[in-house]
Design a protein around this ligand. Structure first.
Ligand SMILES: *Cc1c(COP(=O)(O)O)cnc(C)c1O
Length: 423
């Protein structure tokens, strides 16, 4: 087998430079909480392919379901000749997502595509043009979703012009907004919407209940419920982007449940199908069914292999109670992260929920972000066998997203490596 170094040489000559990788190691196999490269080196996995393999890589039920489906048929296109698994995934999403009202779902391939479709549905159902998003938001890399995403480098730089009718308002970010309480932070954002956009022009308010790429920013308690209440009164479609937070990651099936918020529409992807590409919009039946027949779809949306994997993943989450696993991981990891923070003044905050935790890194004694220190700590982790990711508008947040199937031993070894990387 070729070595990682050899494969990297080939990659540089074959793969576009714009596609980056966190580590220059080429994967041979992965499972549970580890990734092994072609040279036999092993990494404890605190990335889960960016919150995708919540059930673990090659989880047994997923492997079996995919194998069985591949042998029956690989693709017919649901818009041409439909099949049961697509319907079954929609039934489960309608039942699992928050909100006791009638729901419908539609399936797509990627998170960005789900977000695009949620905007299409909200605009169509309301007849209004504007979409409101937040500082630090991340919603994808397609043209519309680049406009919805906040950060310029690397996501938007020189890729414009961007889609119109997108308006950005402040996020509740307690560390950096002087600790505004949720209601006050929401009132600030709402006033800006009303004065600068006009509520009657707004189709959708789109928000990540805990921000992902933007820095694992957890809004102050009460922020989401206040926005939800305002949206209802203003006839604005409240869209929760749970693409990173969903499927047991935060210790509930969906992060909105933590404060009892019921979104009108939810966008889902990442953790839904154990690593196969699948995404969904789930929400109120009247909104979802407002769109004319043929108005939603795509060649591969709800591919039968991805649907089989999603059904097996959701069954795994239920049977192994991965929401409880996320809470357990969060308790163990949180304690270790806070111990590291107590001994290192560069860590200004440990935050997140369940198995979605992060540390924000600054110049000691200030709030000045320190992306160089963040990158150095992350590189030390990679060198010592722990795969970590960074995020945040300022590139100064270390984030931890282990598979929910990680063993206690792997989790402990990963945290030991992290503690040592802080030195
Ligand atoms: C990853 C992500 C997206 C985009 O999903 P893709 O599958 O990469 O298109 C959108 N929103 C959030 C919150 C995400 O984390």
């Amino acid at each position: 087998m070729a070595t990682s170094e050899e494969l990297h040489k080939r990659r540089v000559e074959a793969v576009a430079r714009g596609v980056g990788s966190t580590i220059p190691a080429y994967v041979d196999r992965a499972g549970g909480g580890t990734i092994t490269d072609v040279d036999g080196r092993e990494w404890i996995d605190f990335a889960a392919g960016i919150a995708v393999t919540n059930v673990g890589n090659s989880a047994p039920r997923v492997v079996e379901a995919v194998r069985a489906q591949v042998e029956r048929f690989t693709h017919t296109c649901f818009m041409v000749a439909p099949y049961e698994s697509y319907v079954a995934v929609c039934e489960q999403l309608n039942a699992l997502t928050p909100g006791g009202f009638g729901k419908r779902s539609a399936l797509f391939n990627s998170g960005a595509e789900a977000v695009e479709n949620a905007v299409k549905i909200a605009r169509h159902a309301t007849g209004r043009p504007a979409v409101v998003v937040f500082d630090h938001a991340y919603h994808g890399r397609t043209n519309l979703t680049m406009a919805l995403t906040a950060k310029n480098m690397p996501y938007k730089h020189r890729f414009g012009p961007f889609a119109g009718e997108v308006y950005r308002v402040p996020m509740s970010y307690p560390l950096r907004d002087g600790g505004l309480d949720g209601a006050t932070a929401a009132a600030r954002s709402i006033e800006m919407i009303e004065k600068q956009v006009g509520a009657e022009n707004v189709a959708a308010l789109l928000i990540e209940p805990i921000q992902g790429e933007g820095g694992f920013v957890v809004p102050a308690q009460g922020f989401l419920p206040a926005l939800r209440e305002w949206a209802t009164a203003a006839g604005v479609v409240f869209v929760a982007d749970e693409i990173q937070t969903g499927f047991c990651r935060t210790g509930d099936w969906f992060a909105c449940e933590h404060e009892g918020v019921e979104p009108d529409l939810i966008t889902l992807a990442k953790g839904i199908a154990g690593g196969l590409p699948l995404a969904a919009v789930t929400g109120r039946a009247d909104l979802m069914d407002a769109v004319h027949v043929g108005g939603l779809g795509g060649t591969y949306g709800g591919n039968p292999i991805a649907c089989a994997a999603a059904l097996a993943s959701m069954e795994t989450m239920r049977e192994l109670d991965l929401a409880a696993a996320a809470r357990r991981i969060g308790a163990v990891m949180g304690e270790r992260l806070r111990a590291i923070a107590a001994g290192d003044p560069r860590v200004v905050e440990v935050r997140g929920r369940g198995a979605m935790l992060a540390m924000e890194i600054v110049v000691p004694g200030t709030l000045t972000p320190d992306p160089a220190a963040t990158a150095a700590i992350s590189a030390a982790c990679h060198a010592a066998g722990l795969l970590t990711l960074t995020c945040g508008t300022y590139g100064n947040v270390l984030r931890f997203l282990p598979p929910l199937a990680i063993s206690d031993d792997e989790l402990g070894r990963g945290l030991d490596i992290l503690a040592a990387a802080f030195g």
